[in-house]
Design a protein around this ligand. Structure first.
Ligand code: FAD
Length: 602
């Protein structure tokens, strides 16, 4: 019987074997031997140790920043060593603790393998830890011989839903209003360099969704070690992500890696027979007797290849993200229930990366070497809770102000889809080599804030976002010029000389004061955060969806319209690349189950 035991290994920067950590090298084995008090490192069989996680711990409470490895030890493999080491193993037990462990996570493969192994067979519940796939409904959709499903949107949610369905043999049409990554890249280039915005091909719309020209952070709050997250990560590796994302404490891809990955994903879907229609926008749902039976689409490529078309489907997965405000409006025209939800708004702060490296690592900052060194380009995460009458302003409820979507070595990008609205976000390339670090500083807002500005109804949150996006566009003076202010001047309610913008007047006073109050506490945690070299940019509004589309938690079907499966961030069930992919994946399984394509839970 195999035993797996885990132990943590703290390795100082000078002793760290560097990027080769995936293989347990002799350098790492030496550190292992030290922790285990084993006299001769070279006698330890490398195959007995597997690195499960590598993180960089630069917390101020540490004497010095160090790498922390979580190492798994396979005792069976140690027992193959010569008998005198057995005694050593028995001495190990009190030291590292014995965990009898079914290595569940090691068994979870990528989605393609999982589905191959489980089609129409009994499975052992590999992915079912959330219970999402355990649909108890006995109702089966009235389907044609090969079920036809439209997946609307090729962001992470749509791609993973399409993958699962296509692997189960569904006739999938993936409909995307934007362009494939090759053409989209050129459109984004024109926006960045020449300020020419293509309304249907930009930072939000196009192959890969909003996360393509992004930092490609793959951190998630939905459980890093869950089978579902691991299988999404392994699927990304299948399509070209580096294996280190499976181990890295803070995995990230960067735009340059995402683009080829998406091409491979596309090729795989096409090999499965998925009909991918870029430049095609879903304008309306075709509804019969309370059931969606198809979609109306039109040409959004600008090439007028067709005007509009009606397409029939057995079911429609709606994975349109939260920038498709026209889709929310269209859903309301079908009397669908949409619920306004809390989200967060704020500003994006940009510091010289060197400053952040120095704040976080002190002397070790020069080990960063523009992303080529041993230690990762420094990031930060800060949060402050503001309650009661923080800074003399009566807050009706507790708010938090937190850093969000931090992009070390990245750039601030304009993510508007309409010239009269200005919103921003951050992206980076895999090496994170730019001289700038940026992060959103966002304050939570709720429907109470929307109604305080006279925005009511299901899309009140969208109107609230739009209000500040329009104010920011006006402050910037148009042509996608981003209004900026130094952090120092924002704190002092003074105009900066850069692009004269008084961002402290952008938001209602309680949001501005929550930001000011929080920034002053962030400066205590990260001395130097308030600086004339740090710029605030307006405006960060699309932190997560302002709307939720209610759905049945088991079947994922909309509670308002049969045959419609709202998924991902736009439906209010995800906030980030990984959680959107997981939601799309579960929706794919739930729908495949309703289509009677497999029997048991996977
Ligand atoms: P989306 O990715 O928004 O995809 C929706 C797709 O639907 C789009 O491609 C859109 O064109 C298409 N669509 C919309 N309407 C229609 C229609 N009517 N017809 C046809 N197609 C339609 N998250 C992270 O986890 N890590 C990061 O580092 C990160 N960085 C980001 C950087 C930027 C610049 C941006 C904008 C976002 C970033 N995010 C990041 C957030 C992340 O991208 C989203 O959470 C995620 O992409 C949501 O996935 P989704 O599939 O639900 O929707």
């Amino acid at each position: 019987k195999g035993y797996w035991r885990f132990f943590k290994l703290a390795v100082s920067v000078d002793k760290d074997p560097g990027k080769d950590f995936l293989d347990v090298s002799l350098a790492l084995l030496e550190q292992v031997a030290k922790v285990l008090e084993f006299p001769v490192a070279s006698m330890l069989p490398p195959e007995a140790f597997t690195v499960l996680r590598k993180s960089f711990d630069a917390r101020k409470s540490q004497k010095e920043p160090k790498f922390v490895y979580t190492v798994e030890l396979d005792v069976d493999k140690l027992l193959n060593m010569e008998p005198r080491t057995w005694d050593f193993i028995s001495r190990l037990e009190p030291k590292i603790g014995l965990i009898e462990h079914t290595p569940h996570e090691r068994v979870v493969g990528d989605l393609v393998n999982i589905i191959h192994d489980n089609k129409k067979s009994n499975s052992d519940g590999l992915l079912g830890e959330n219970g999402h796939c355990s649909s108890s409904s006995s109702y089966k959709l009235p389907v044609t011989k090969t079920p036809k499903v439209a997946v609307v949107g090729s962001g992470p949610a749509g791609l993973f839903a399409a993958l699962v369905l296509a692997e189960f043999g569904v006739d999938v049409t993936l409909i995307e209003r934007g362009q494939p990554v090759e053409k989209r890249g050129r459109d984004i280039g024109a926006l960045v360099v020449r300020k020419i915005l293509q309304a249907e091909s930009n930072f939000c719309f196009g192959e890969g969704g909003a996360g393509t020209w992004s930092d490609g952070k793959l951190v998630t709050r939905i459980g890093r070690n869950s089978g579902s997250v691991l299988s999404v990560m392994k699927t990304l590796v299948r399509f070209g992500a580096p294996e280190s994302i499976l181990i890295d404490g803070k995995p990230h891809l960067g735009t340059d890696r995402l683009i080829p990955l998406l091409r491979n994903f596309r090729q795989h879907l096409q090999d499965l027979g998925v009909n991918i229609r870029f430049g095609t926008r879903v304008d309306d749902l075709i509804v019969e007797n309370g059931h969606v039976v198809g979609v109306n689409v039109s040409d959004s490529s600008g090439s007028s290849q067709f005007n509009s078309e009606k397409l029939g489907f057995d079911a429609v997965v709606l994975a349109v993200g939260h920038s498709a405000r026209d889709v929310y409006q269209m859903l309301l025209s079908h009397n669908m229930e949409l619920i306004p939800k809390d989200f967060a708004v704020g500003l994006r702060v940009e510091h010289p990366q060197e400053l952040i490296n120095t704040i976080q690592y002190s002397k070790l900052a020069n080990e960063v070497r523009n992303g080529r060194g041993k230690v990762p380009v420094a990031d930060y995460k800060v949060v402050e809770y503001v309650q009661g009458d923080g800074n003399n302003v009566p807050f009706t409820s507790q708010r938090s102000c937190y850093s969000f979507c931090m992009c070390p070595g990245g750039q601030v990008v304009v993510t508007s889809i309409n010239p009269s609205e200005l919103c921003i976000n951050g992206m980076s390339f895999s090496r994170r080599a730019s001289k700038w670090a940026n992060a959103a500083l966002a304050v939570t807002v709720s429907p109470k804030d929307f109604s305080a500005l006279n925005f009511h109804g299901p899309l009140a949150g969208v109107e609230f976002q739009r209000e500040f996006e329009q104010r920011a566009a006006t402050m910037g003076g148009g042509n996608f010029v981003v209004p900026v202010q130094t952090v120092q001047d924002f704190m002092n309610n003074k105009l900066s000389g850069v692009k004269a913008a008084n961002l402290h007047e952008l938001f209602p006073v309680h949001i501005t004061q929550a930001l000011q109050h929080s920034i002053s506490t962030f400066d205590q945690e990260l001395p130097g955060f308030i600086s004339n070299n740090a710029l605030l940019h307006g405006v960060e509004t699309r932190t997560s969806s302002p709307v939720q589309i209610p759905r049945n938690p088991d079947t994922f079907e909309s509670t308002s319209l049969g045959g419609l499966y709202p998924v991902g961030e736009g439906a209010g069930y995800a906030g980030g690349i990984v959680s959107a992919a997981v939601d799309g994946m579960y929706a794919g399984f739930a729908l495949a189950k309703r289509l009677d394509l497999y029997e048991d839970d996977i």
